[in-house]
Design a protein around this ligand. Structure first.
Ligand SMILES: [Fe+2]
Ligand SMILES: [Fe+2]
Length: 292
């Protein structure tokens, strides 16, 4: 490709020096802090969210959409917390903040942001469907993990656009696997870039771990013990979306599910397929409701 391969350390240094790297709105961290504090109450948390009107109104709109089925009944964040629970509202605030951060169309290129969001929402819905199927404690955490899993790709598109296009050309033209093309050209993968950003944002570990390991669910260490099922669900949903053409536009063939991930979620491939029939039906509507 005529490009000089970089190494990971050099890339991370470049990442560190980006001055306008997106930051999560301050409310996300404030909510996390309040939730962790035993002396805080729901009213305080609702007040913090309501202070950011742009985020709060989007969250309320979303809750009233068919997605959460509240049909226009919810008019305040406080009410949303009562009806849907603190965790769901917190996740919605985080998800809405991230989508908002990257909602500009980006530079027109072979990278299609619309396709990116379709893939991302398919993965979010699929991860949540798997979580519900296996009765995981917090299916909304799985939704958010799916929504954020490829966030490193948006960072690449926004801040390393020229090199990112080189990676895509390599993946499409030379039929190199996309992550291999990243490794060859950048010396780093979107999982590692995503992990870096997610750690900077101080979002929960489960999200950081599924961003980092969604392509290699078997390479986790003991620090990821609590995230294994979420990583596996995101992995399976990612592959299922990819294989159904809900990919980023550089699909080369059909990818198998990692056996370790299938073991972790403990449901059959045919059941995953059934779940994804549902995902495929609702993905367009849900992405539109989220504003992408
Ligand atoms: Fe990925
Ligand atoms: Fe993906």
């Amino acid at each position: 490709m005529g490009q000089i391969a970089m190494d990971k350390t050099a890339f991370l240094i470049r990442l560190e020096t980006i001055e306008n790297l997106p930051t999560l709105p301050i409310i996300v961290q404030q909510i996390q802090r309040l939730i962790a504090s035993p002396s805080s109450n729901m009213g305080q948390i609702a007040a913090v969210i309501t202070k950011d009107q742009a985020i709060a109104s989007r969250v309320i709109r979303l809750i009233n959409s068919a997605f959460y089925g509240m049909g226009g009944k919810v008019t305040s964040i406080q009410q949303a917390i009562v009806l849907l629970g603190l965790n769901t509202v917190k996740n919605l605030v985080t998800g809405v903040s991230v989508v908002k951060m990257f909602e500009d169309a980006g530079v027109a290129s072979i990278f299609d942001r619309q396709k990116f969001w379709m893939h991302t929402f398919a993965c979010a819905l699929g991860s949540r469907a798997i979580a519900r199927e296996i009765h995981a404690a917090e299916p909304e955490d799985f939704f958010l993990a799916g929504l954020l899993h490829d966030i490193g790709i948006l960072v690449l598109d926004q801040f390393f656009h020229g090199e990112f296009i080189g990676v895509l050309q390599c993946a499409v033209g030379d039929k190199t696997d996309y992550t291999k093309a990243e490794q060859n050209i950048l010396g780093i993968t979107h999982q590692e870039i995503g992990e870096y950003v997610a750690q900077k944002w101080k979002i929960p570990e489960l999200l950081v771990h599924s961003i980092r390991h969604h392509h290699n669910p078997a390479t986790t260490d003991s620090a990821c013990a609590g995230s294994i099922v979420a990583i596996a669900a995101v992995h399976v949903a990612d592959i299922a979306a990819f294989n159904r053409g809900l990919d980023l536009g550089y699909k080369n063939g059909v990818k198998p599910y990692h056996t370790a991930a299938m073991r972790s979620i403990g449901i059959s491939e045919s059941r995953v397929n059934e779940l994804f029939d549902g995902v495929e039906k609702e993905v367009k509507t849900v992405a539109a409701e989220w504003g992408v």
